[in-house]
Design a protein around this ligand. Structure first.
Ligand SMILES: C=C(O[C@@H]1C=C(C(=O)O)C=C[C@H]1O)C(=O)O
Length: 279
């Protein structure tokens, strides 16, 4: 195989898909946050990567996606959160801090605010949710592992016998709104955060896709081990990580595509038709 570069957004939510990726001759890996991998794919530095679904939609004229890979959820996601002190409906005219790691979640937030008639001031600002709230932001958008940890500071602890579903959404005056849950409440659809995309003129070799499918089967098949190995680095109980992981829909099924199509129309009106490869 000629040199081929596979990009990886290295968040815990993709660990079941990446834990068993193998080395193939000519294959190299490049890791980064979503906005870094979006740019790497569009600029030709990686050949195939999980990227923000919004960037896939925005560049639908030149990209295609693997037909059966996604990071989607139906209902809560736990790691794409708006942290806020005032109720959601009172965020009009208030400043909300956005992470520069995200493309999709920023657009999801815009869509959800607009759907409830809230007109907030969105600004880029880095830092953990609690620090930014203390600095005067009325809301802070966080994604990925940091968002999961900060959610647990609000919602935890989860006892051995507790269910994740009964954890609180508020501690003191800090409220956490899970954006995927809010999307579900609004539309009844799953939400697709990431797809595995490539430039249409550069489809992936079949052996790479085959290896990725084998890795996914192995990773999902031993989710408990994947959760335990990620839990240490995350500083969270393995049972929290395990629930977090099995909650994802990793196969881009028909309901996920419907949700993605709805998001595409809301976030990027006039986009080109979405193209899924026949691989
Ligand atoms: C579920 C998540 O989804 C990620 C969010 C992304 C974005 O906001 O652009 C991109 C890729 C996803 O893997 C998360 O970050 O927790």
């Amino acid at each position: 195989m000629p040199m081929y570069t596979l990009g990886l957004i290295d968040y815990t939510n993709v660990a079941p898909l990446t834990a068993h990726l193998r080395d193939l001759e000519g294959l190299r890996y490049e890791r980064g946050v979503p906005t870094a991998m979006n740019a790497a794919l569009l600029e030709g530095r990686v050949d195939l990567s999980n990227i923000s679904s919004f960037e896939f939609v925005r560049n639908a004229h030149r990209l295609a996606a693997l037909p059966d890979f996604s990071v989607s959820v139906l209902g809560p996601v736990y790691s794409v959160n708006l942290f806020h002190r005032r109720p959601w409906a009172e965020l009009s005219g208030q400043r909300i801090a956005l992470t520069s790691q995200s493309a999709t979640s920023v657009q999801l937030l815009r869509v959800l605010l607009e759907a409830s008639g809230v007109n907030a001031v969105l600004e880029r600002a880095e830092g953990d949710a609690f620090t930014l709230l203390d600095q005067g932001y009325a809301g802070v958008l966080r994604i990925g592992d940091d968002a999961l940890r900060e959610w647990y500071r609000v919602a935890g602890p989860l006892g051995e016998r507790d269910s994740m579903l009964t954890l609180p959404h508020q501690r003191g005056d800090v409220i956490v709104t899970d954006l995927a849950q809010r999307w579900y409440d609004l539309t009844g659809h799953p939400f697709t955060f990431a797809v595995w995309a490539y430039r249409r003129d550069n489809p992936p070799p079949a052996e790479v896709v085959q290896m990725m499918r084998e890795a996914r089967r192995a990773g999902i098949g031993e989710l408990g081990n994947v959760a335990r190995s990620r839990a240490q680095g995350m500083g969270l109980p393995a049972r929290v990580i395990q629930h977090y992981l099995w909650n994802f829909r990793y196969h881009l099924e028909a309901p996920d595509k419907k949700g993605l199509a709805r998001f595409a129309d809301l976030a990027c009106p006039g986009h080109a038709p979405l193209h899924f490869g026949d691989l």
